[in-house]
Design a protein around this ligand. Sequence first.
Ligand code: FAD
Length: 391
Amino acid sequence: KDSGELSGIIEDSCCDYETVNRINVAVLNPILQQLVKTSFFRYFKVKLWCDCPFWLDDGMCMLRDCSVCECPDNEFPESFKKPPHGSISSNPLICQRGDPQDTVDRTLATKTFRGWIAVDNPWTNDDETDNDEMTYVNLQLNPERYTGYTGASARRIWDAIYLDSSPKYSSGESCQEEKVLYKLISGLHSSISIHIAADYLLDVKTNQWGENLQLMYDRVLRYPDRVKNLYFTYLFVLRALTKASDYLQQAEYDSGDHAEDLEAQSLMQQLLENPELQDACPLPFDEAKLWQGKNGPELKQQIQKQFRNISSLMDCVGCEKCRLWGKLQVFGLGAALNILFSVDDMHNQGQPLQLHRNEVIALVNLLNKLSESIRIVNEKASSVERLMNGI
Ligand code: FAD
């Protein structure tokens, strides 16, 4: 069996595939889809500069308007090269190849946020300090989809990410904690690939978009481990949200649009207090089993460092839209790691859980992306299998 149709108990979880699929489609996905459209959750603050700290040797990312110019000219269709309205090529801040699929739409409503404090997350490098480099992005105007970003630049980043997420700790056999980081990254990679395949530029001349089932199969569905890792990442992030439930339900969702903020609050409550979820999958991931060995604290520091490196690598992603979603999703994973693996420490020191506003936005949008991917895998698995078997 090489498709996404998996069954039985999901590794590291007390939930099974069938239940997760059912709850995802019936409950979680519809709520998340609405939640990410609300004013509070659709704006993400991000630094879109490409300040790549790696690969100084080729100079690609040393400059403000760096990167991906390394892509050979013949790699992209002609129509991609035309600048969109308002000519991005005149904007020195943009760090990309300059094709319309790449460019982040910066159109915003004039809403502001209030009432969220900033605390450092030891798992990520980003901070929320307001400065000229930070910009708000309306995520609804910038869907994660095919952009044409491929080749050596993309490959180099994935290779470096996997180098940082593979077991490093040299104490004999690799342990569960080390595998967690790898599975989280692999699950995120699967989700990104599913989104690329689900919203693909099928015909450049007619600008026809649609699903590319062959790509979905080639990149994800034919590898059961990649599909399993997608479920793992989904449940890991879901567990982080449920663990932070009290905090998230009491948080002030203030975007300046009262009606939408009330809706966000209500949807968050529906998501976290859902009786079906609590009954069928009460513990999506059991974080208490980790870091119990005598090297626990040392191991945690090592893995934290590896994850911070991965977070820095996002500054090297050479296509603006990919960088936006890469940063958001890695930031969301960092928030989940912080909630699951650092909050107990904080309690010991008498500090309650505190999250950046941006972390909460990233966490919810990440969960929505993973939930979408699970839904798509679940819906498409059998038709992809038929297609691949020529039936
Ligand atoms: P890649 O997806 O580049 O994979 C590279 C190698 O990683 C594979 O050959 C395989 O060995 C391994 N691999 C692949 N999947 C997994 C997995 N799930 N688990 C473990 N190992 C795996 N492109 C877009 O069109 N839109 C986007 O929004 C976008 N976002 C991106 C975000 C980031 C952070 C990065 C680094 C790249 C992004 N890209 C995006 C590019 C895209 O991910 C691919 O790199 C590109 O499409 C080329 O694909 P590929 O077939 O060479 O394989």
